[in-house]
Design a protein around this ligand. Structure first.
Ligand code: PLP
Length: 329
């Protein structure tokens, strides 16, 4: 099985790096949504599986169990299917319809929790269900994407390796943070190569990662209701917190201006670039700036790209109910 995993990885091609004509900086976006399972999570899912197979922690009889309501589950479902391993995703009601349907087709068993935890989130409930399944199943493996160093290493080796070769010297790198795996891997490799590169972590209002108060969040992928251990390993120079309304506006702008149809976390990163350089006007030197398009817009057709949903989001953001202390995931 290890040879098969290596073959799959060696067969992957690099994701494109696209220049965007920006007024203030030389801006490039790495289209991580061109990965086979559709997001940046392909990197960590395949590398985590390959490394665990290599260590003998996953065999043909193993069931992989993981808590994820989105891209990581989709990526694991895809690579587990290719490798002939069972996978049980533990999801929650925030999982979008299309993702849940895809997971139900690819996985014989899908566990959906429905009870919110003490923080008003589903994350802790999902993690408890994972622990129960690890006991219940005969041979189970939990990738633990929030703390697995192989997630960080995947981005160090592959995402960052490609970015450096494609982009050349960078002055700024903007990275959306969820589990912190992407920023932990990218920041180390980028600073080894370009020590002066400023790494900007992008988070969303309502996420507690950088110490803000929790509140309801609707855009998946970015933000967290826990402080993920991998995040502490990242080399972060600046933090930009972006509201969901701003992220949605930026998704629309990216699509209208450049045709890049991407998900909410990409909009947050693009908004962070715009907001940062509106405040820190570059001098004579036009900075070279990169960010990632983590996933495609299709899964967000009924949210980020739906005018009725956006109108509701704006109304909630403007009302006191919009600032209730309730985390979405
Ligand atoms: C769309 C999207 N953007 C950004 C991220 C953040 O990546 P990480 O979990 O490595 O911090 C994720 C993670 O799931 C994601 O799905």
């Amino acid at each position: 099985m290890i040879e098969r995993a290596r073959q799959i990885r060696r067969g992957l091609t690099e994701t494109p790096l696209i220049p965007l004509a920006d007024e203030r900086c030389d801006l490039v976006v790495k289209l991580e949504f061109c990965n086979p399972a559709g997001s940046t999570k392909d990197r960590s899912a395949l590398w985590i599986l390959e490394q665990a197979i290599g260590r003998g922690e996953i065999t043909q009889d193993t069931t992989v169990v993981e808590s994820s309501s989105g891209n990581f589950a989709l990526a694991l479902a895809f690579y587990c299917r290719l490798l002939g391993i069972s996978f049980v995703p533990v999801i929650d009601p925030n999982c979008n319809e299309a993702t849940e349907a895809q997971l139900r087709q690819l996985c014989a068993r899908v566990e959906k929790v429905s009870v919110r935890d003490s923080a008003g989130s589903y994350l802790k409930t999902r993690l408890s269900r994972v622990q129960e399944l690890l006991v219940e199943l005969d041979s189970a493996y939990w990738p633990n994407q929030y703390a697995n160093p192989d997630a960080r290493d995947a981005h160090y080796r592959f995402t960052a390796g490609e970015l450096i070769a494609q982009a050349g010297p960078l002055d700024y790198l903007f990275v959306g943070v969820g589990t912190g795996g992407t920023i932990a891997g990218l920041s180390h490799r980028i600073k080894e190569t370009y020590p002066g590169c400023v790494v900007v972590a992008v988070d969303t209002e309502g996420s507690v990662i950088f110490g803000g108060p929790p509140k309801k969040r609707r855009i998946p992928g970015i933000g967290s209701s826990i402080v993920p251990p991998l995040c502490g390993q990242a080399l972060i120079d600046q933090v930009e917190i972006v509201s969901e309304v701003r992220a949605v506006e930026a998704c629309g702008a990216l699509f209208a201006k450049y045709g890049v149809y991407a998900g909410g976390s990409t909009g947050s990163s693009y908004a962070a670039v715009q907001d940062y350089f509106a405040r820190h006007r570059p001098g004579a030197h036009r900075p070279r700036v990169a960010f990632l398009a983590a996933d495609r817009g299709h899964a967000y057709a009924r949210t980020v790209y739906d005018p009725t949903w956006v109108q509701q989001l704006r109304a909630e953001a403007a009302s006191p109910a919009g600032v209730e202390a309730l985390a979405a995931n």
